[in-house]
Design a protein around this ligand. Structure first.
Ligand code: PLP
Length: 386
């Protein structure tokens, strides 16, 4: 049986996959089981920011695998975890200092929701229409898309969704003082790469301060250099109370974190995770952050993303194209039709990209993608859009 046939036979069946068996990756490239090469503009849905099989990260993982794989955060201290916690505090904006370590994006959001409710003693969580925060029941309650939510009702009570970018409605909703937190993506990724209006995030920060609600920024997709800054909230000069991260943090290994201000606390025993903060994931994350810093990946994302966006803008005059947009290397080309068939044609031409919001082709490549590779991707796009 082929790899794809085995997966289809034995997997849960919740995913609709492309007919592509990926078996190897280096930097911006991946190879299929037939040895065919692809430029990976999916970056593993924004995970492979440091590139596939990054040598520096792989070495850290190998060394740690031979030293200590597991050490429960609940019971013991560990050298790699300590270093990672210190590092996260060092690179996080403003006074964000303490982290709860977990294993995925949705868990980082779950932790943020629990810390926000537990710390404030308030029930309400205000999220945004078009927002995506994960698939477990708490995070799903903050996620907007009805097809993801409806089959699983009743969801967690106390969640409200408001239009992204609307400050007046936000104030109306939170001024009763019942809101534990406002939960927002700095750029909405999954729903199509939507940037906020210029004053929105700053305004949301001020409203949260005025009405004593916490501001949670979901930087699970935007974090660690993707948008041209270490964290996207730096573009708007704001510091959230809780910052949710995952995806690129582990360089490919599963890890997430909710990073928060010192005074936000839960009593001991009120949250936890067996695998969270394990030494293997911690060493991968530490190496990933070091690599991002040493090689100025935010700067590269800004420079190469600017070039890539400029090339995508060249498609705007075409009838089929609505808009090219994005920040750094979080980019979208919105079409006037469903993007699925174009993604398949791109794949046939050796370029992998992602859907988002139905009509969008989304690009989240490794941050060291070269101009030549961007040109190759744009050339493939040119031929599939013609
Ligand atoms: N939040 C955002 C902004 C995301 O983009 C994602 C995943 O795409 C998540 C949360 C959920 O992360 P995970 O799939 O690791 O649970």
């Amino acid at each position: 049986m082929k790899i794809s046939e085995i997966e289809e036979e034995y997997t849960s069946g919740v995913y609709a996959k492309k007919p592509l068996e990926i078996v190897r990756g280096v930097g911006t490239k991946v190879w299929d089981s037939q040895g065919r090469e692809y430029i990976d503009c999916t970056g593993g849905i924004g995970v492979a920011s440091v590139g596939h099989s990054n040598g520096y990260v792989a070495q850290a993982i190998t060394q740690q695998a031979n030293r200590l794989l597991t050490c429960p955060d609940a019971h013991f201290y560990n050298d790699k975890r300590a270093k990672l916690l210190e590092k996260l505090s060092e690179i996080s904006p403003g006074d964000l200092k303490r982290s709860f370590l977990c294993n995925s994006g949705t868990e980082a959001v779950e932790a943020a929701i629990k810390f926000a409710r537990g710390h404030t003693g308030k029930p309400k969580i205000v999220a945004a229409m078009r927002g995506f925060h994960g698939r477990t029941l708490g995070a799903l309650s903050a996620t907007w898309k009805s097809t993801y939510r409806e089959p699983f009702r009743p969801l967690v009570p106390g969640f409200k969704h408001l239009p992204y970018g609307e400050l007046e409605e936000l104030e109306r909703e939170i001024k009763d003082g019942d809101t534990a937190a406002v939960l927002l993506e700095p750029i909405q990724g999954e729903s199509g790469v939507h940037l906020p209006p210029p004053d929105y995030l700053k305004g949301a920060r001020e409203l949260c301060d005025r009405h004593e609600a916490l501001l949670i920024m979901d930087e699970i997709q935007t974090g660690f250099g993707r948008t041209g800054r270490m964290f996207a909230c730096e573009h708007w000069d704001i510091v959230p109370d809780i910052l949710c991260v995952a995806k690129a943090l582990g360089g490919g290994l599963p890890i997430g974190a909710a990073i928060m201000r010192e005074e936000i606390k839960l009593n001991r025993g009120l949250h936890g995770s067996t695998f969270g903060g394990n030494p293997l994931a911690a060493s991968a994350a530490l190496a990933t952050i070091e690599y991002v810093q040493k090689n100025d990946l935010p700067g590269k994302a800004e420079e190469r993303g600017g070039y890539f966006l400029g090339r995508l803008k060249e498609f705007e005059p075409r009838d089929i194209v609505r808009e090219a947009r994005g920040l750094g290397l979080m980019l979208a080309l919105q079409l006037k039709r469903k993007s699925g068939p174009y993604l398949n044609s791109l794949m046939e031409k050796g370029v992998l990209a992602l859907p988002a919001g139905g009509t969008v082709i989304r690009f989240l490549p490794p941050l060291e993608i070269t101009r030549e590779e961007i040109d190759q991707a744009v050339e493939a796009l040119d031929s599939v859009l013609s």
